[in-house]
Design a protein around this ligand. Structure first.
Ligand code: VG1
Ligand code: CO
Length: 542
């Protein structure tokens, strides 16, 4: 029986950088999740009888919302839903499943790197048929619909057993519970030389992978310990937990400190890595050598041809605007186009679909390629391992070699979290107001060459995205970028991105803080961060 349930709009359902993210308690309000899911369906055309993919990162509320989605998909006329066993699908695995099954689209239940549990965060994101996050025209339509919605449809039936692989019927719709790992692991095996990586590990190469009690556990155990023969225990925190063991599943130096300390110890393994809540981010740390995500993108792009899946070379490289220009140097040397997009993976989809870019990355520990339409943490780790297996050098040697070839982009991101929203808006407004007056002025960072608010025109469909971050560029190529986060659930987060380039003949071995100190001071001077936020230190530095 299909029920039509009367509802009223919520005014806060506009998707952010990566879907709708709110506190679990917000999602637990009656009709809240249903309204959003119905707003998604109402914004789509032609899904009747088609396939939908559903899965999530296993966080608190995942299983309940999956049942809701199944009943709503059945009532709205989908023909089939593919759901990961136990409700589990990492974001890249969901992207792959959408593509490989020819699905109309998918709903990914995750708040990614945000913490989970009854007092923490939940999220829902819609991905289109190419496997990638819905582009802005779709998310805008969803937001508009969420403000007008007055009813949703629900199939009145029993909960589906999502813990046993197999098929069942829910009303007229087929529900297929699928293995979340196998297809994804096969895709990885098709891109990388598993034999070479296996031989390297058998020869004594050691690694540690921290799944942070989040979704990559089963994937990492199957791939690293199963298919690649790393010893049991290589994968740390390998069981997905609804609250991530009370940790914050964000693979950075603050939240993955245990891994970091292990990688800096005298008896450190050769290679360490971690991924986030939904498995799309990666942290790479060689023995005694942390690799910034922006540098990782550049190294992967420069060496990708060493892996079988990329042996033919790359078509182009894309990075988000705040990501450092390290990848630009690689693109230049390889004679490849370099695209600079706004923050968020949804902006890479068109470039990948058009065959204009092969590898994409963001400074926020996201790297990926045209194998799916999401960033992919385990993919990045495997590409690193494939490169290490071919080059037979340490991570530290590869980094040193990279900098002597291309120069070094010193880089840091300073996050000021949980600022009052009006204060954060006022800071950005004041910055925008003074953009025209900055060029030609001098501050601690040097002489300002130009200052603007980044706008992007998609080269494939000419769609324009404005107000994507304030950039202050200095005459020596350094820059400071300011933008507000679109993934937080509490107040506002100001992100300040700081970058300084030093050529191959310059000082390549400085401490990052030292190299960036004048620019950090300039950011304070120009934006008066302490004045607006009352904070004299960032909450997190990555
Ligand atoms: C952040 C990152 C961005 C990333 C997004 C989603 O967005 O900066 O690069 O694409 O998170 O990542 P924001 O708007 O908070 O800066 V994930 O792993 O949370 O899906
Ligand atoms: Co993520």
């Amino acid at each position: 029986m299909i029920q039509t349930v009367a509802t009223q709009p919520f005014t806060d359902q506009k998707p952010g950088t990566s879907g709708l993210r709110k506190k679990v308690r917000v999602f637990q309000q009656p009709h809240y999740a249903e309204n959003f899911v119905q707003s998604v369906f109402d914004s789509l055309d032609g899904y009747e009888g088609q396939t939908l993919v559903v899965g999530g990162d296993g966080r608190y509320l995942n299983r309940e919302v999956i049942q809701t989605v199944l009943k709503m998909a059945a009532a709205n006329g989908f023909g089939r839903v593919l759901v990961g066993k136990g409700g589990i699908l990492s974001t890249p695995a969901a992207s792959h499943l959408i593509r490989s099954s020819g699905a109309f689209g998918g709903l990914i239940l995750s708040a990614s790197h945000n913490p989970g549990g009854p007092d923490e965060d939940f999220g829902i994101k819609y991905n289109i048929g190419n496997g990638g996050p819905a582009p802005e025209k779709v998310t805008d339509a969803i937001a508009a619909r969420s403000l007008a919605i007055d009813s949703y449809k629900l199939f009145d039936g029993p909960d589906v057993d999502i813990d046993a692989i197999g098929s069942s019927l829910l009303g007229g719709m087929t529900v297929e519970v699928v293995d979340p790992v196998a297809g994804y692991a096969d895709l990885m095996a098709s891109l990388f030389d598993f034999g070479a990586i296996r031989a390297m590990i058998a020869g004594g190469f050691t690694l540690a992978f921290d799944s942070m009690s989040a979704v990559t556990g089963p994937y990492a155990v199957e791939i690293f310990e199963g298919r690649l023969g790393a010893p049991a225990g290589t994968v740390m925190n390998g069981t997905p937990l609804p609250d991530f063991g009370h940790h914050h599943p964000d693979p950075n130096l603050v939240h993955a400190k245990i891994l970091y300390d292990r990688m800096m110890a005298a008896d450190a393994p050769d290679f360490g890595a971690a991924s986030d809540g939904d498995g799309d981010r990666n942290l790479i740390i060689g023995r005694h050598c942390y690799v910034t995500p922006s540098d990782s993108l550049a190294v992967l792009a420069a060496n990708a041809h060493l892996a079988p899946g990329y042996a033919a070379g790359l078509k182009g490289i894309a990075r988000s605007m705040p990501t450092s220009g390290a990848a630009d140097r690689v693109a230049e040397k390889l004679g490849l186009p370099l695209y600079e997009t706004p923050t968020g993976w949804k902006f890479f989809g068109n470039l990948l679909d058009a065959g204009m870019a092969t590898i994409c990355g963001e400074e926020s520990a996201g790297t990926g390629s045209d194998h799916v339409r999401e960033k992919d943490g385990i993919w990045a780790v495997l590409l690193w391992l494939n490169i290490l297996a071919v080059r037979q050098q340490s991570v530290a040697t590869i980094m040193a070699d990279h900098w002597t070839t291309y120069g070094r982009n010193y880089y840091a991101r300073h996050d000021y979290e949980a600022i009052a929203k009006d204060k954060a808006d006022a800071l950005m407004a004041a910055l925008r107001d003074k953009l025209d007056s900055l060029p030609g002025t001098t501050n601690s960072g040097g002489v300002v060459k130009s200052a603007d608010d980044f706008a992007y025109t998609d080269p494939t469909d000419q769609s324009v995205s404005k107000n994507q971050g304030v950039r202050i560029l200095f005459t020596d190529g350094s820059r400071v970028v300011f933008r507000l986060s679109g993934t937080g659930t509490e107040g506002a987060t100001l992100r300040v991105y700081i970058e300084r380039y030093v050529g191959p003949d310059g000082e390549l071995g400085l401490e990052t803080e030292v190299a960036l100190a004048p620019l950090i001071a300039a950011a304070q001077e120009v934006a008066d961060i302490a004045g607006y936020t009352g904070m004299d230190q960032p909450s997190v530095i990555t």
